[in-house]
Design a protein around this ligand. Structure first.
Ligand code: SAH
Length: 216
């Protein structure tokens, strides 16, 4: 009981000190980050760091992103209750949970079956009925459910995978870190009628996006 109260307190402090002070404004994002129990997605031995201002390791040498980065990317997606989104890189499932709070439907693709299994069981336990995941190479997107209102890639890509642009609706957004294997720049691409616009959102550091249109 005491433990629960401390997680709740830490979560509130996370929203105030890490998100609001750094300029996150979208109320849907702030509400979701205040609601989703991040500690449930964090390994047992790191529970006391669940709401810390940093990324944390999960299985398979992967990471759950820093809370601020999750919020920044979610805000950049510009999504709401009618939107269908695709996430590449399920990892812990935390980002998928944040999107599930905001959107109509979340499709998520993960390379490692063990990670998808763990994430899926937590998401099911919490009760999300609007998240569906599969194990596959996410650089190919998930053609069956296209077109998407928005797509988020949570691993660092060498280039923007073409299939992801092709699976966006007109007006759809793609948020993706692009760069080399030491650092990347967060890009927001918007698909217009016959071209794509690009916005730069700043430097970041992610684990590599593997696959056909990622790192070999
Ligand atoms: N969104 C996650 C963070 C994941 S870290 C969270 O909230 O916890 C990046 C994830 O991308 C890792 O789990 C990694 O296995 C996965 N990944 C890397 N390349 C991939 C690919 N081509 N397709 C799908 N997932 C991939």
């Amino acid at each position: 009981m005491e433990h629960m109260a401390s997680h709740e307190k830490a979560r509130k402090a996370m929203v105030e000190r890490q998100l609001l002070t750094r300029g996150i404004q979208d109320p849907k994002v702030l509400d979701a980050m205040g609601k989703v129990e991040r500690h449930r997605f964090i390994p047992e031995n790191l529970q006391e760091l669940a709401y810390a201002d940093q990324p944390l390791p999960i299985d398979r040498q992967q990471t759950i992103s820093q809370p601020y980065i999750v919020a920044l990317m979610s805000e950049a997606l510009e999504v709401g209750e009618n939107d269908v989104v695709l996430e590449i890189g399920t990892g812990s499932g935390y980002q998928a949970a944040i999107l599930a709070e905001i959107c109509k439907m979340v499709y998520t693709v993960e390379k490692y079956p063990e990670l998808l299994d763990t994430a899926s069981s937590i998401l099911r336990e919490i009760g999300y009925e609007n998240v569906i995941g599969k194990t596959d190479d996410g650089t190919l997107g998930w053609p069956e459910h296209q077109p998407y209102d928005a797509i988020m890639v949570t691993a660092g890509a060498p280039n923007v995978p073409k299939p992801l642009i092709e699976q966006l609706k007109e007006g759809g957004r793609l948020v993706i870190p692009v760069g080399d294997n030491t650092s990347q720049e967060m890009l927001k691409l918007t698909r217009k009628k016959d071209h794509v616009t690009e916005q730069r959102l700043g430097g970041c550091r992610f684990v590599p996006l593997r696959g056909e249109h990622g790192w070999k």
